[in-house]
Design a protein around this ligand. Structure first.
Ligand code: DQA
Length: 148
């Protein structure tokens, strides 16, 4: 039997507060619940997810670098770093892995600074505004791409 394929799921700053943080924007679902649902969806397709969250840009970059040659794709919600981090974008571009960018909220309906993403053009695609189901849709798209 072939080895399980792996996806690194990265959550950026403040996403550890999901469920408590601005629920009118981000909803009541916790990060643990999102991760559980991703693990279940991945398992159904013979994949494994490694879910990590950090409030620190450099830690996220270290995880991306360490994932090279060890995972088959990255699902990332870069959170606030989406709009600011050239370094995170460079790490994602350098890793050579298929990437899907996810946002819980519709960043295009919010403040103008959220419309810029340093990640979107190094990602296969971006999902925004669909809440927690957006993560599952992104995961499904990534798994299909990896299996193609
Ligand atoms: C977010 C949107 C970002 O603008 C914000 O900074 C976040 C969360 C989202 O999931 O909607 O922290 O990425």
């Amino acid at each position: 039997m072939s080895a399980k394929r792996r996806i690194l799921v990265l959550h950026g700053p403040n996403l550890n507060l999901l469920g408590l943080r601005e629920p009118e924007i981000y909803g009541a679902t916790t990060l643990a619940e999102i991760n559980e649902s991703l693990a279940e969806s991945a398992g159904e397709q013979g994949f494994e997810v490694d879910c990590q969250q950090s409030n620190h840009e450099g830690v996220l970059i270290d995880w991306i670098q360490q994932s090279m040659g060890r995972v088959d794709g990255i699902l990332i919600n870069p959170a606030g770093l989406t709009h600011t981090s050239v370094a995170l974008r460079d790490a994602l571009a350098a890793c050579g892995l298929p990437i899907i960018e996810v946002h819980l909220s519709n960043v295009h309906m919010r403040e103008p600074f959220r419309r810029q993403s340093f990640v979107s053009d190094v990602a296969l695609g971006t999902i925004a505004g669909l809440g927690p189901p957006g993560y599952r849709l992104g995961l499904r798209a990534l798994m299909e791409r990896i299996q193609a």
